[in-house]
Design a protein around this ligand. Structure first.
Ligand code: ZN
Ligand code: ZN
Length: 390
């Protein structure tokens, strides 16, 4: 290993750089040199580690002042401690050092978002795919069959997945002799640390593509829409996941396809609401119907239903139609929810002449409450005792 460079020099900042300047400088270096972004530069990993180490020391005020006074001798042991753990990849080192700093950060997500497990040798099965799919309330109630276009990464037809331009073929990686793994040795004080990591030259593939295929830019894969049939059973709710076996991403080196998961999102309905397996509706009835009772027809997803409004139905009462809610198959057999109608009535805003006339008549014939009338009489009688002349 070459001579250790001064930490400030590594990050390209002055000795009196602020915390912010350090962070910015480190991000820049980290992005430039992250091995995942520099598969063709074996030095990048080394540079990335160097910058990580420099930032690890300088971002800690205590370590920084120790480094300022005593140089590497003042801080070396600290970094060795971190480094002593066996990190299988640079990413692991990076995340263990800076997770707190960058969690949720754009930089962090760029490196670790959708991180894949790399297996350098042997068949790799394709990843599972997850997609959201919106369906109407009715489709959720009755169940339906759909055909959807799913963009799936497939083996590039131009290079048959090798990633190499037509007529050329990938070469075995010289850094790892095709194993996809490399051994990193570090001398820290009196201790030598050895760790295995994914080859920084070929990123674990074991081979290097000299001239990348034009069709897929060297990735060996291209995105294609595949028509996939969905069989949506009756009674599904938002969040329900359909699993379509072997319709996920294609594998490599003979590995099978992953699965496709379709997460259903049920659109809301202007009239019907779902609560568990029950369907709830709010209905407004004429107030005389609430008082006198009678029949009322309401729409349900399974057709119109006549319901009987009992006499003296209170505002907010719930009428239940059994087994007219969500119907769905469970492992115990069919499950039936209920249909619930919440009854509302109010003073009408507009009335016809006929209605007004009838109400006037009602007003004349309808007595006060007997209870109230008796109370009134008593109060009037009582007040007579206190009659005074003013
Ligand atoms: Zn290709
Ligand atoms: Zn390699």
């Amino acid at each position: 290993m070459s001579e250790k460079r001064d930490y400030y020099e590594v990050l390209g900042v002055s000795k009196d750089a602020t915390e912010d300047e350090l962070k910015k400088a480190f991000r820049k270096k980290a992005m430039e040199n992250h091995p995942d972004r520099n598969p063709d530069d074996p030095k990048a990993a080394e540079k990335f580690k160097e910058a990580s180490e420099a930032y690890e020391i300088l971002s800690d005020p205590q370590k920084r002042s120790s480094y300022d006074r005593f140089g590497f001798a003042g801080v070396q042991s600290d970094f060795s401690r971190v480094n002593a753990r066996d990190f299988s990849t640079i990413s692991d080192l990076f995340s263990s050092l800076f997770r707190d700093d960058f969690m949720g950060d754009d930089l962090f997500s760029m490196f670790f978002g959708g991180r894949q497990r790399r297996r350098p040798t042997g068949p790799q099965s394709g990843s599972d795919l997850l997609m959201n799919y919106e369906i109407t309330f009715e489709d959720a109630v009755y169940g339906t069959k759909k055909v959807v276009d799913v963009p799936i990464k497939k083996e590039c037809t131009e290079c048959n997945g090798s990633g190499a331009q037509k007529g050329t073929s990938p070469e075995t990686c010289k850094n790892c002799q095709g194993s996809g793994m490399e051994t990193i040795e570090r001398q820290m004080g009196f201790t030598r640390y050895i760790s295995q990591q994914v080859c920084s030259t070929c990123r674990g593939k074991g081979e290097i593509v000299d001239k990348p295929c034009k069709g897929c830019k060297g990735s060996g894969r291209s995105k294609e829409n595949e028509k996939i049939k969905l069989d949506i059973p009756p009674g599904v709710d938002s969040g329900f996941r359909l699993r379509i076996k072997s319709k996920g991403e294609e594998g490599r080196l003979g590995g099978g396809r992953g699965d496709l998961y379709v997460r259903l999102i049920v659109e809301s309905h202007p009239f019907y609401k779902r609560q568990g397996d029950n369907i709830i509706v709010e209905i407004l009835i004429p107030f005389p119907l609430a008082i006198l009772g009678g029949n009322f027809t309401i729409p349900t997803p399974y057709g119109p239903e006549k319901i009987k409004i009992p006499k003296k139905t209170k505002e907010g009462s719930i009428l239940r139609l059994q087994r007219k809610g969500i119907k769905r198959k469970t492992s115990y057999g069919m499950n039936y929810g209920d249909f619930l109608a919440v009854i509302h009535y109010e003073i009408p805003e507009r009335m016809s002449e006929e209605e007004k006339e009838l109400l006037e008549k009602l007003k004349d014939v309808m007595p006060f409450s007997v209870k109230q009338e008796n109370l009134f009489k008593k109060l009037i009688e009582d007040s007579k005792q206190y009659e005074v002349d003013y």
